[in-house]
Design a protein around this ligand. Structure first.
Ligand code: DMJ
Length: 643
């Protein structure tokens, strides 16, 4: 006999309840029809009771029960071997302690449902605290994520392209014994910095050379990602410190892991880690560096899931959740951060054949091209939700600097094929020259900062990189103004040298003024520090390569001696808090860029030009050399990534 199918309360249709022969085989002969009917009624009542019990569970149980494993209790069960009976597909346990266990299990599940319910309520309350805009932005971000995922599924990976011709990976040993000696001194400084990091800070991001322990800042998140190792690799390689290079490689191979619950700066991780890994790959040919770079890049991609595609400043490597710095003009993204991804991302697409990286940075460029620019200047802040500029501040130093650098370098790196980037660079520096470049009363050329229609006559140490940039961009400049830009580069180099020369330690302050009789000198106490930065030496090196004027080597040597004298301690190198004080105090940080940039540029300044020639290599903003991609001669121009 077969009863009508039962509809459980969840609406899920269950198999018909079979109370025929297979249900009660032993009683078949003796039971009369009426007895069968009564029995059927009792059983139906019992089953209805079971369903009722679940029906009166709290609401959330209805939604969650399958997720929580209730299905295991209710779903048809065919295994009767463990003391239960298969009653038309439902397992009914015959033993008392089984029922007890069953109840306990139900109780446990109910408690879990309640806890989940409360958690969801808490989360909802948190959400309600956010502004409408923020909630909308989050929804949009989620939508973009889904769209990106779908696109990803649709687009097949492209075949990898051949490696570019790598020229100039040699010793660059100078013939002149004096120059050789100076270069050796710089190599010895690198070894001192590295050995102490290895001894006291190994695996940490940076070193505290006085406390002799690891150091980190929020740009690297809260995990030990060995920033100094990754940043220093190519310098070690260039200097021929191969044992040290191998130690670094081994650490990276075994320990560098990006699945960490850590919120990092997209920009810093890109320029130091991806740039460092890519350069190490190109120089050494070791696959591990390429693999790690691509893995890491994948972790940065969720940062681009914003309503505009302008990435967040920070991203959590595990969850992919992004956000901006609290201090940046009403939650804006920063020009120098989202505008300093191009070189590395183009190389990632080049090496993997996957256009995703290229598309991300080209999207940023297209968006910037469409925007109005006050006086032709790019403001430092852009809101990634609205796509509108934040405060109208423009700087060639902090917050703006490397955006301009990467426009020029995008063009150089493409073997001068990316003329769009060159045009954007030319337009930008024309506006910068018109509105920000000035001469002081004492005849020093400086680059000020534009703040809401007012020029602040202050220049940062960071801005000093621009001397090198002007020189690098001279060739190929609009209206054949190569001579003009080389001259401008030389003037900036001179001003920045003055900022060093006018201090007690012969090391440059963080920022210096050209106002009220002050010329290239820091005025505020909190601008008098030197944290082992590279920009002035970077400019000396570019100027040396383009002019071979011996003064650049001389200035570079002055800086080397000052660093060795005032920043060297037995546990490494430290920044100093006041370059105007004859008894300086240390900040106790050996920055990773000291090994990546400062010492590398110094070493190159005292090497032959055929070591990493500028026709074949472009240095990223953290001084990691990436080869020029000769688009015309390779399959790259035909690579769909570039269409
Ligand atoms: C480096 O990390 C990079 O050069 C960046 O572009 C800005 N400045 C620091 C070093 O000063």
């Amino acid at each position: 006999m077969t009863t009508p199918a039962l509809l459980p309360l969840s609406g899920r249709r269950l198999p018909p309840l079979n109370l025929g022969a297979s249900a009660f085989p032993h009683h078949r002969a003796t039971l009369r029809l009426s007895e069968k009917f009564i029995l059927l009624l009792i059983l139906s009542a019992f089953i209805t009771l079971c369903f009722g019990a679940f029906f009166f569970l709290p609401d959330s149980s209805k939604h969650k029960r399958f997720d929580l494993g209730l299905e295991d209790v209710l779903i048809p069960h065919v295994d009767t071997s463990k003391g239960g009976k298969n009653l038309g597909g439902f397992l009914i346990h015959g033993q008392g302690h089984d029922e007890h266990r069953h109840r306990e299990e139900e109780e446990r599940l109910r408690n879990k449902i309640r806890a989940d319910h409360e958690k969801a309520l808490e989360e909802a309350k948190e959400k309600l605290k956010k502004s409408r805009d923020e909630i909308q932005a989050e929804i949009q971000t989620e939508k973009n994520k889904v769209v990106q995922e779908l696109k990803k599924k649709d687009s097949k990976p492209l075949p990898p392209v051949p490696l570019p011709n790598l020229i100039g990976i040699n010793s660059g040993e100078p013939a002149d014994p004096d120059i050789r000696e100076k270069r050796n001194k710089i190599k010895e400084m690198m070894k001192h910095a590295w050995d102490n990091y290895r001894q006291y800070g190994w695996g940490h991001n940076e070193l505290k050379p006085i406390a002799r322990k690891g150091h980190s800042t929020n740009i690297f998140g809260n995990s030990q990602m060995g920033a100094t190792i990754v940043d220093a690799l190519d310098t070690l390689y260039i200097m021929g410190l191969h044992d040290e290079f191998r130690e670094g490689q081994e650490w990276i191979d075994k320990n560098l892991d990006f699945s960490v619950n850590s919120e990092v700066s997209v920009f810093e991780v890109n320029i130091r880690f991806i740039g460092g890994l890519l350069a190490a790959y190109y120089l050494s040919g070791q696959e591990v560096f390429k693999i790690k770079a691509v893995q890491l890049a994948g972790k940065l991609l969720p940062a681009f899931n914003t309503p505009t595609g302008i990435p967040w400043a920070m991203v959590n490597l595990k969850s992919g959740v992004g956000r901006n710095w609290g201090w940046a003009s009403a939650g804006s993204s920063i020009l120098a951060e989202f505008g300093t991804l191009h070189m590395e991302f183009v190389h990632l697409s080049y090496l993997t054949g996957d256009p995703v990286y290229y598309n991300k940075v080209m999207h940023i460029r297209k968006l910037l091209q469409k925007m109005d620019r006050p006086n032709g200047l790019y403001p430092n802040y852009l809101n990634p939700r609205t796509g509108r500029w934040g405060q109208h501040h423009t700087s060639v130093g902090g917050l703006g600097d490397s955006f301009y650098e990467y426009l020029l370098k995008a063009w150089l790196m493409s073997d001068k094929m990316d003329t769009e980037a060159r045009k954007m660079y030319d337009d930008a520096i024309e506006a910068i020259e018109k509105h920000l470049v000035r001469k002081s009363n004492g005849g020093l050329t400086f680059i000020g900062e534009w703040k809401n229609g007012h020029l602040e006559r202050k220049m940062g140490h960071l801005t000093c990189f621009a001397g090198g940039m002007f020189a690098l961009g001279a060739d190929g400049s609009r209206d054949d103004k190569a001579g003009h830009y080389l001259q401008l580069g030389a003037e900036i180099a001179h001003t920045c040298h003055e900022s060093y020369d006018r201090t007690t330690l012969k090391l440059g302050p963080e920022a210096f003024k050209f106002d009220g009789g002050v010329e290239a000198v820091a005025v505020r106490q909190n601008e008098k520090y030197y944290i082992l930065r590279p920009e002035v030496i970077e400019t000396y090196w570019y100027m040396w390569r383009f002019t071979h004027d011996p003064k650049y080597r001389q200035w570079g040597w002055e800086a080397t001696q000052a660093i060795d004298k005032y920043c060297r301690v037995s546990g490494g190198f430290s920044g100093v808090k006041d370059v105007y004080s004859s008894s300086p105090t240390y900040d106790d940080v050996q920055q990773s860029f000291f090994l990546a940039e400062t010492l590398k540029y110094l070493y190159l300044l005292f090497s032959n030009d055929d070591l990493l020639p500028l026709d074949n290599w472009v240095f990223n903003t953290e001084a990691h050399p990436l080869p020029v991609l000769h688009l015309a001669n390779t399959t790259l121009s035909g690579n769909p990534a570039y269409r």
